[in-house]
Design a protein around this ligand. Structure first.
Ligand SMILES: Cc1cc2nc3c(=O)[nH]c(=O)nc-3n(C[C@H](O)[C@H](O)[C@H](O)COP(=O)(O)OP(=O)(O)OC[C@H]3O[C@@H](n4cnc5c(N)ncnc54)[C@H](O)[C@@H]3O)c2cc1C
Length: 378
């Protein structure tokens, strides 16, 4: 066991920090206010090799390990987690193709994404199927060599900028995975949702009306879709936790800097234990969340089952981020509530980490599921 990053990891983190300082941080409030998709920042991230970090070298990628990627994402989310989500969201739809796609599918859907800036989206959630993914109703009806898709997917990140969608649909009663090009006739993209936070990230409804999908775009066999959709989270949840850690770090730095300079009752705020203990608790939470995150990522990189560890990292890091953002606002007093300082944005941005890619309660159900199979915990 060792706790220090390698020289390569340190260099990568420094590069991500410099990118964040130059492109993300200074633009975070602009995109938060406008809700515009940060395409130009994504373009720069693409140029610098920060997008699509999981596409295998055989398909043109220069892959990072999941652990390296978590370190990068934490840095980017420190600048703005909405922009970091826009940069990172491709991974959620790409991983099912990496996991279950044929060589031909990888060539057609992954390789082009290494040549130019492109986006893709994971379209699973429906009005009646969020946490309970097995209830998806979107239908895929076999017609000759094609399937015809009908249904509604909502709250789809990257939904209106994607070139293709990973879609979970039922063939008869079997949840089945497809890759669906976004220019297929019958796809209707809704307007951007007005969300509480992460305004730079694009969330929309995507409706499928008699959308023809070629059989060669089915991932795996009919009935494999649920497993493919769920296994993907073992890969992506450490990254979600890392994004939450970025918020925690930002909250800590803002609160620390303010508490060191603000004076009340003839002394600096930080001289009061009531304030300084908040900072100590956030620091401890950040360290604990980071180690959970790194372990979940590392296990994945070793090819080991990380479902429990990824679930632990995801819910814990999200709760730490939420608490850190609220405490940061408290340390800032009035500034913690106004839009002159970013504490209020951190509160709004942190909340989604407790919800998407499996809400906190669902992560705890995964952990309990594993505990039920253990005789005792070592
Ligand atoms: C900004 C944003 C981006 C998103 N991006 C995507 C995307 O790219 N692709 C995609 O497919 N989906 C996406 N989603 C959907 C997201 O994954 C779901 O919202 C999430 O999984 C929760 O599902 P739900 O909203 O239907 O809540 P529900 O399943 O209705 O759950 C409601 C609440 O009850 C809790 N709960 C549910 N069942 C239980 C239980 N058995 N025991 C205890 N508690 C329970 C949940 O944890 C939650 O807190 C996104 C959502 C948002 C808001």
């Amino acid at each position: 066991m060792q706790f220090s990053p390698s020289a390569e990891q340190t260099e990568l983190v420094e590069k991500a920090r410099a990118f964040t300082k130059e492109y993300i941080g200074p633009n975070s409030m602009k995109y938060d206010r406008s809700g515009e998709f940060p395409r130009e920042i994504c373009r720069e991230a693409f140029k610098q090799g920060f997008m699509n970090p999981h596409i295998p070298a055989a398909y043109g990628g220069s892959p990072h390990t999941v652990l390296d990627h978590c370190m990068v994402l934490e840095e980017m989310a420190t600048g703005c987690s909405g922009i970091a989500t826009a940069i990172d969201a491709n991974g959620l739809s790409q991983y099912p193709v990496i996991l279950a796609g044929s060589d031909d599918q990888k060539r057609r859907f992954l390789a082009p994404m290494t040549e130019e800036l492109m986006f893709s989206a994971y379209a699973v959630t429906e009005p009646e199927a969020g946490s309970d993914v097995s209830r998806v109703k979107t239908s895929a009806t076999k017609m000759g060599n094609d399937y015809v898709l009908n249904g509604i997917k909502w709250w789809i990140t990257n939904g209106s900028v994607a070139s293709w969608y990973f879609v979970l649909a039922r063939v008869d009663d079997k949840p089945t995975a497809f890759v669906v090009p976004a220019d297929s006739p019958g796809i209707i993209r809704g307007p951007k949702e007005i969300n509480l936070g992460q305004h730079a990230s694009n969330t929309v409804r995507v409706t499928f009306e008699d959308v023809k999908v070629e059989e060669r775009n089915r991932l795996g066999d009919e009935g494999d879709g649920f497993q493919i959709a769920m296994k993907t989270f073992d890969h992506t949840r450490p990254g979600v936790a890392a994004g939450a850690n970025g918020i925690t770090k930002a909250a800590l730095n803002i609160a620390l800097s303010y508490a060191k300079r603000r004076r009340t009752f003839d002394k600096k705020l930080i001289s009061n234990q009531g304030i300084s203990f908040k900072l100590a608790e956030i620091m401890t939470g950040l360290d604990a969340a980071r180690y959970l995150t790194y372990r979940a990522a590392w296990l994945f990189d070793q090819g080991e089952d990380n479902a429990r560890e990824a679930a632990e990292a995801k819910w814990f890091a999200a709760d730490v981020a939420m608490k850190a953002a609220i405490e940061c606002s408290q340390v800032l007093g009035g500034y913690g509530f106004t839009t002159e300082m970013p504490a209020e944005k951190l509160i709004r941005d942190a909340k989604i980490y407790q919800i998407y890619e499996g809400a906190t309660e669902i992560q705890k159900m995964i952990i309990v599921g594993k505990l039920m199979r253990m005789k005792e915990v070592h």
